[in-house]
Design a protein around this ligand. Sequence first.
Ligand code: PRP
Ligand code: MG
Length: 203
Amino acid sequence: MKISIALPSGRLLKDTKYFLENVGIKVKEPDSRELISSLNGYTFYFPRVFDVPVYVENGVDLGICGSDIVLERKNEVYVPVDLPFGKCRMSLIVPKGKKITPEKMEGFKIATKYPEITQDFFLERGVKVKILKLNGAVELAAKVGIADAIVDIVDTGNTLRANDLEEVYKIIDISAVLLVNRITQKTKFDFVNDLITKIRKIK
Ligand code: PRP
Ligand code: MG
């Protein structure tokens, strides 16, 4: 049986490789600029991490990415289990010293890579904000002042400190998650079940 897995290129890759090895799947990284590799019946794909769910929804058996990405896609993909790495949080962040609650942010411009999560967060509170969608390095927008606040991931907090920013509200805890294609879940049931059992033992 062949299994395809979409892996998160970027900062989650190292922990993902280590974790998969612990459940018996040795990952091979591709040579040079290639985006696919194969080993022991597994085929590994290396899309941008934000696109991992797109691959799993469109036929790739398994994927690993952050729960932030799944949430932003409104949970369209099947996530059977959280993984014990990639732990961080998503927060609402403002320039340091500007003590303010989300309820007081009516009319604010909020920069983020996560427009859906941000919109829902403020809608739930009945606060109208303007969202500025960026593709990364979001802290810069708050630092430069093209946005009043940002919604972004905080891990060590180093990026915030380096840019004179601070969290005012934790929106949600984040971790890496396993994604399973809905057809794979049925046609390769024993494999998927066995993998999830192994993962639960490690957690
Ligand atoms: C992520 C995230 C924060 C930072 C958090 O950015 O968006 O900026 O890491 O980590 P820290 O709290 O340990 O500093 P990343 O560098 O992955 O890239 P991007 O924002 O440009 O996508
Ligand atoms: Mg960043």
